[in-house]
Design a protein around this ligand. Structure first.
Ligand code: PMP
Length: 435
């Protein structure tokens, strides 16, 4: 029996031994087309020479220096680049080791900000139902995914959950997309009035919902209204771009397509592209200045923050984006993927919705296309699709989610940005075979 404590204790895993481009290979040299980048991580594909070289060079010079004593050139350069590329005055970059750490840092900065500006009564966080923001206790605490929370509920920081903004699920008959977006955004205001707006620190949401809903962008006007409500009542807006950020939707930050700016944004996954564990919390100048001019000390930290080697890898990732014009490539290949998915699955009796942005697409599995009722209650469906796809040489990301106790299933696709037209054909063929 394996000594490694795997997440699924009883499901035997294949052993990955090497990767090349959009493929991973197991111990028997079987190839798997990586159609999900793991969990939207491997945006450059596998074995990228530029990133490999950058890591080697950095390790030879300086692998790590503790951030309590030193900064490093790689970490400073990365922060500079992210600040320059992030929207508006999102100018202060806090480098950590992954998505959950980035979200924890965001929650704690939001809280400390209100302590610094003498509004210590702001203690509540609001998020959306079925949301996921990470697995550490603080990040899990703000998430609205009932299944993930269940065993830990009594020990989580409590958060309030409001309506999700999903493509069609909660839409009323006769409602336009815009009206629907305004209605669900206004639930934030109702919740604020219930809690007393002066007691709320922040609202956190993903611009495009990833793992728990399957690449669902908000409808038009939703985030503009959310931003308005946050400003009106003085709470912060945290946008979690751990999955949808770093080019995945065709712009470096997904919020660019919503024409709004967060007070804090979190990124991870694609930033290290799988080559190094890294994440970032990027804060606006207003928040940073409150801490810098107040206590002068952000009361938070992790051993591997500002990691030199991880920063060097992320710099090489950003360099590859520029050199190979990968954001344009995401938009182009994303359109190619959407067209192929629509051609192949638009009349599939069990696929009720095909949605997403860029190379971040989701297929919703339904009982039938008219009612669009979730494909309930087959809880093992996601595991079966994943297994069948792996047997067919395809890595995709099927998930069964719970919305207010109702099961729904989708398949998430997030292939590397370097995927070619032929490989898109192969992806859709293998997915079709597996479904
Ligand atoms: N936020 C979002 C939106 C995520 O998708 C994830 C990971 N799936 C996280 C946070 C947590 O990131 P990590 O697993 O790197 O801790």
């Amino acid at each position: 029996m394996s000594q490694v404590f795997h997440r699924h204790c009883h499901t035997p895993l294949r052993t990955a031994v090497r990767g090349e481009g959009v493929y991973l290979f197991d111990q028997h040299n079987n190839a798997y087309l990586d159609a999900c980048g793991g969990a939207a991580v491997s945006c450059l594909g596998h074995n990228h020479p530029g990133v490999r070289q950058a890591i080697n060079t950095q390790v030879e010079q300086l692998a790590y220096a503790h951030s309590g004593f030193f900064t490093s050139e790689a970490c400073e350069q990365l922060a500079e680049q992210l600040a320059a590329k992030a929207p508006g005055d999102l100018n202060h970059v806090y480098l950590v080791s992954g998505g959950s750490e980035a979200v924890e840092s965001a929650l704690k900065l939001a809280r400390q900000y209100f302590v610094e500006i003498d509004q210590p009564q702001r203690v509540h966080f609001i998020s959306r139902r079925q949301s996921y923001h990470g697995n550490t206790l603080g990040a899990l605490g703000v998430g609205g995914n009932l299944w993930r929370r269940a065993p830990f509920d009594p020990i989580l920081t409590s958060a309030e959950h409001i309506a999700a903004c999903y493509a069609y699920r909660d839409k009323h008959a006769g409602e336009t997309d815009y009206q629907y977006g305004q209605r669900v955004a206004n639930e934030l205001e109702q919740k604020l009035l219930e809690l007393g707006p002066e007691n709320v620190a922040a609202f956190i949401a993903e611009p495009v919902v990833g793992a728990t809903a399957g690449a669902v962008p908000a409808v038009e006007g939703y985030f503009t209204r959310i931003r308005e409500i946050c400003d009106q009542y003085g709470l912060l807006l945290i946008l979690d771009e751990v999955m949808c950020g770093i080019g995945r939707t065709g712009t470096l930050f997904a919020q660019e397509q919503e024409q709004i700016q967060a007070d804090i944004v979190t990124v991870a996954k694609g930033l290290g592209a799988g080559y190094q564990p890294i994440g970032a919390m990027i804060a606006s100048s207003r928040l940073y200045n409150a801490v810098a001019n107040g206590s002068g000390f952000f009361q938070h930290g992790h051993t591997y923050m500002g990691h030199a080697t991880a920063s060097a890898a992320a710099l090489a990732v950003l360099q590859a984006f520029e050199q190979d014009q990968l954001l344009a490539q995401v938009r182009r290949q994303g359109q190619g993927l959407a067209e192929r998915l629509n051609q192949r699955f638009a009349s599939h009796p069990r696929i009720g919705d095909i949605r997403g942005r860029g190379l971040f697409m989701g297929l919703e599995l339904v009982q039938d296309r008219d009612s669009k009722l979730p494909f309930a209650p087959h809880t093992a469906l996601a595991a079966r699709i994943k297994q069948t796809a792996m047997d067919n040489g395809l890595m995709c990301y099927p998930m069964g989610g719970t919305i207010d106790g109702v099961q729904g299933h989708h398949v998430l696709l997030a292939p590397p940005y370097i995927i070619s037209d032929n490989q898109l054909d192969e992806l859709v063929d293998k997915l079709s075979l597996s479904l």
